[in-house]
Design a protein around this ligand. Structure first.
Ligand code: G6P
Ligand code: MG
Length: 961
């Protein structure tokens, strides 16, 4: 969809003003007068868009009256006289909502307007409505054939001297929509009866605003559409995995890809609202008041996914029928999923269920499900039971810390039934958060309360296909929302509108990143990843991104450092506002982080919780949790990235700098100086198979950079003032500087590597060949003490430090990569992307490529066997980092720089990023690195600063070392 709109062609009646009633009333009166017959109002729609005489023929035919040509002409004429009387009082107050605004907008944009009405009264009405000046042209309906013939519209295009492809047409009648479409134009249906044929339908023209027109005119971003297709229905396990892969999310709502009709048994449809949690009790045998006493868990919220299908009272699902075939698609470029399930309910009796879903980006409360049901038999009795209900609760518990506990968290509060829809309210039992769900449908249903569910029933005899669209709205108290679900329900537009807007949104999203490689399979996997990442968060400053996004309950829905280090760069480079929201969440919860610092015995500053939803530390196991004080610097690192990429001082002054300072002060006080330098003792680095150590190199490297950045900012007077305003002094700045200058690191003499910590390299090396495959991940099979006393890594630690803050000494970097890689299990999905980046940077392309291919399989191929509990969002972010940090060698520290190496494993890789609001296109082909921007811009490539001429590719030869 990329239109260059030059003309807007309007129907009149039903689009600009509402004369339907007057037209029809005039017909009824005349026909009654002449033939003494009442015309049923149901025939009204047949006359829409149809010429005067033709309308009369249709109506007479409908009531079985024959009339000669002379009579027809006379009645038509008299009807018109009557009609003119009925509209005599029309003035601008009779314009439909949004008309004036739209005409003004079109005028401003230089888009020409023409009237293409079948009505001969067009000019009179335009005048009465006082909009005639907006129209460049009125087509005379008697000059050619009427709608659905495209004549009126084609004639308008011809006379305006515009190509039909550059026209949009507005119509309220099917005949008109067909005319627009056969003219090869974009058809916008208007009015309360959705027209299935229109390219998009809106209830009122108010929805056609500047953003909408912009959406239609978006230029092509050159990235081919990507669709994930699955046809596998071999196992229930695969269906559960697919629920995650085909999950839809918009940053707030996560809606898993269950079947509307259900599975017949063992259904556990899941819907999440980001940041909506319940408290769960923690029990320690040896408690401490400094441990978190309660945990938080993301809650499966009220369920609106069920639309159970019965044909002749026979349930249609895979338990009660034979599933003949299943086809699902994730249209990544459109932000919607489609599924076709073919069931055999009895021999040769086939029911086909087609379901389309979207979770709206533009209307963040909204889920739309559209169901189409077909039978190969005639006269089937179809019943659809559509529900909103409390979530289903799964039984059983697990020893696996990566999985969520399974207990019920919600209790029923109230329900509200209306003719057009219903709502249900529930609250969490311990955290007392409220959520509300509402539903309505494209057809009138009857809504009733059944236990604690609301059920709406739709009955029909199935002749051809039956189509039912369900609109589900969800809201929750933690997001401070005022609107009630009922008012959301009353403000809905037809499905096609949301679908179109969704396409616009996803077009912009793809336009913003434009990640492409020469490998199609990799492109699909990358786009799959980025779609999920985009939908995981960053849309609201009070919520963040969980380790599983909102695609599953794994890790209890907690936010970790994963967000800032692995995911945030994507947002910072392509959607900076979302990146700022992610950090705004940390600022919003800074109070809790200060409390946590006190619990850890530090009287100043803030300690970001290791895992949390509401901002309070929820890690019950401090050695691999709270001890990871590096999270403070991870957040500072991300703040710095956002600043370097945006130069947004407002963000920095209201959010970024305070966070950076408070987290630095904590680390300054947590650590200490001695004769060998500044040390951070009793910490755990990113690698969780090594706990509570001194001088973890990653932690120290990150803290050093962190402290230096605080000092750097504080050199500017306004930040200096802010620093003092936050509560710190020149002495503190001096100390930060001193700590950074004297940060302790150890280069091991024997292996010539950067030592992971002060004792790591003297521990016993664990021979990984002695650890059988079925004993992985090790954390589930070995006591932590066994793991901790060995040289064995769960994930990249020192190497991550070297990737984020490149070492000068390439030899140490190379040695370190191989040394640590050898003892790494990659039991964490956060591991391989980082080693892959390091490998690409060191020109070990085979190793880099291997890592790349591996990490792309983690969810798509369920390589870790628990994708059903959610996607591995950090790994997903890592796949983007592999492209940006790895292949392009992007470093965002003091400035933005690229250090690409010759490309050997792809023909090309390309992408687009945003620097200070300006787009920068990147392309790497073999030994040629090309950059292009729309404005004059200087970019650092290696040691050189390159000046870019606007809109011109600048090529840089990538040298072989
Ligand atoms: C519009 C209306 C029709 C009407 C036609 C001719 O298209 O929707 O109902 O029959 O115009 O109108 P006229 O004003 O010429 O009778
Ligand atoms: Mg009309």
């Amino acid at each position: 969809m990329s239109l260059k709109i030059q003309a807007a062609l309007f129907d009149l009646d039903g689009v600009l003003t509402s004369t339907t009633e007057q037209h029809f009333q005039a017909w009824q009166m005349k026909i009654k007068e002449v033939f003494n017959v009442d015309v049923d109002p149901k025939y009204e729609t047949l006359t829409r868009g149809v010429s005067r005489v033709e309308s009369l023929r249709i109506l007479l035919n409908a009531v079985n009256i024959q009339a000669d040509e002379q009579t027809i002409q006379t009645i038509a004429h008299e009807k018109n006289e009557l009609y003119k009387e009925l509209i005599e009082h029309f003035d601008e107050s009779h314009l439909l909502e949004g008309v004036t605004e739209l005409l003004q907008l079109l005028k401003r944009k230089g888009i020409k307007c023409a009237l293409c009405s079948a009505s001969k009264n067009g000019p009179t009405l335009l005048k009465a409505l006082k909009i005639e000046d907006y129209f460049d042209l009125v087509i005379d309906p008697s000059s050619g054939p009427g709608k659905p013939d495209p004549y009126l519209f084609l004639e308008a295009a011809r006379r305006l001297n515009v190509e039909p492809q550059a026209c949009i047409g507005f119509e309220d009648a099917i005949s008109g929509v067909k005319a627009i479409q056969s003219a090869g134009m974009f058809a916008i249906g208007v009015g309360f009866e959705p027209l299935d044929f229109a390219d998009v339908h809106v209830y009122s023209l108010t929805k056609i605003d500047a953003a909408f027109l912009e959406g239609l005119t978006r230029e092509d971003h050159g990235v081919p559409p990507q669709t994930l297709i699955h046809d596998d229905h071999s196992s229930f396990e695969q269906l559960k995995v697919d629920e995650t892969l085909f999950a839809l999310s918009n940053g707030v709502i996560g809606f898993k890809g269950s079947f509307a009709e259900g599975y017949g048994k063992d259904d556990l449809p899941q819907t999440f609202i980001n940041g909506f949690y319940n408290f769960i009790p923690y029990h320690y045998e040896e408690n401490s008041i400094h441990f978190p006493q309660v945990g938080q868990t993301m809650v499966n919220v009220l369920d609106g996914s069920a639309m159970h299908v019965f044909v002749n009272q026979h349930p249609v699902d895979l338990t009660h029928c034979r599933l003949v075939s299943l086809h699902r698609e994730y249209r990544l470029h459109e932000g919607c999923t489609q599924r076709v399930a073919v069931y055999e309910i009895e021999k040769n009796h086939i029911i086909t269920i087609k379901e389309e879903r979207l979770v709206s980006r533009s209307t963040p409360h909204l889920i739309v499900m559209s169901l189409n049901i077909e039978s190969n038999h005639q006269h089937d009795e179809l019943l659809i039971k559509s529900m909103i209900r409390l979530p289903q609760v799964k039984q059983g518990s697990s020893m696996d810390p990566r999985l969520a506990k399974s207990i019920s968290h919600l209790e029923f509060v109230s329900s509200n039934l209306h003719e057009e829809g219903a709502t249900l309210r529930a609250k969490t039992m311990a955290s007392h958060l409220e959520c509300e769900i509402g539903m309505t449908h494209s057809h009138k249903g009857n809504y009733r309360l059944e236990n604690e569910s609301v059920v709406a029933e739709f009955k029909t005899t199935l002749h051809q296909a039956f189509h039912l669209t369900k609109y589900v709205v969800l809201k929750a108290s933690h997001l401070d929302e005022e609107v009630s679900c009922l008012s959301l329900l009353s403000d809905l537009q037809p499905y096609s509108y949301y679908k179109t807007i969704q396409r616009f949104d996803f077009h912009s999203f793809v336009s913003a990143h434009r990640v492409m490689t020469s490998r199609e399979d990799i492109n699909l996997a990358l786009h799959f990843n980025l779609t999920h990442l985009y939908g995981s968060g960053g849309v609201h400053p009070h919520i963040q991104i969980g380790a599983k996004g909102i695609s599953g309950e794994g890790y209890e829905g907690h936010y970790f450092w994963d967000t800032e280090i692995y995911m945030l760069p994507f947002f910072a480079l392509t959607h900076p506002t979302q990146a700022k929201n992610l950090l705004a969440y940390r600022h919003h919860t800074l109070g809790f982080a200060k409390e946590e610092a006190r619990k850890l015995g530090v009287n100043r500053g803030a300690k970001i919780p290791w895992r949390t939803i509401n901002g309070q530390e929820a890690s019950p196991y401090y050695p691999a949790g709270s001890a990871q004080v590096h999270i403070n610097s991870d957040i500072a690192y991300a703040i710095n990235q956002v600043y370097v990429l945006t130069h947004d001082d407002h963000f920095m002054k209201t959010i970024g700098f305070e966070l950076m300072v408070e987290t630095a002060i904590f680390l300054l006080d947590y650590g200490h100086f001695n004769e060998t330098g500044f040390h951070l003792d009793g910490v755990t680095g990113p690698d969780e198979y090594t706990a509570i150590v001194n001088d973890n190199a990653y932690t120290n490297k990150m803290a050093q950079f962190h402290f230096n950045r605080v000092v750097h900012f504080a050199q500017r007077p306004e930040y200096r003032v802010l620093f003092e305003h936050i509560g710190y002094t020149q002495d503190d700045l001096d100390e930060l500087k001193k700590a950074a200058d004297h940060m302790y690191f150890m280069i091991d003499k024997q292996h010539h590597v950067l030592a992971q910590d002060s004792t790591f390299l003297s521990k016993k090396v664990l021979d990984l060949t002695t650890i059988p495959k079925d004993k992985r991940p090790m954390l589930l099979h070995y006591h932590p003490l066994f793991i901790y006393k060995h040289q064995v890594l769960k994930q990249a630690d020192t190497i991550l430090g070297c990737v984020l803050l490149p070492l000068e000494d390439q030899e140490v970097f190379k040695n370190s990569l191989h040394y640590y890689l050898n003892i790494t299990t990659h039991d964490s999905s956060l591991s391989k992307a980082i080693y892959g980046i390091a490998a690409y940077r060191l020109r070990e392309d085979t190793l880099g490529q291997e890592a790349f291919e591996d990490i792309l399989k983690i969810d798509l191929k369920n390589a870790r066997h628990h994708t059903q509990h959610g996607l591995h969002l950090a790994n997903i972010g890592g796949s983007y980092l592999l492209v940006m940090y790895g292949l392009f060698g992007l470093v965002i520290n003091e400035d933005v720089s690229f250090h690409p190496q010759p490309l050997t494993t792809f023909e090309f890789v390309s992408s687009r990023i945003q620097i200070q609001g300006q787009w920068l296109d990147l392309r790497l082909e073999r030994e040629m690195f090309s950059l292009r921007s729309e404005v004059l811009m200087s970019v650092r490539v290696g040691q050189d600063t390159i000046k870019l001429i606007p809109n011109t590719w600048t090529m840089v030869k990538v040298s072989k070392p």
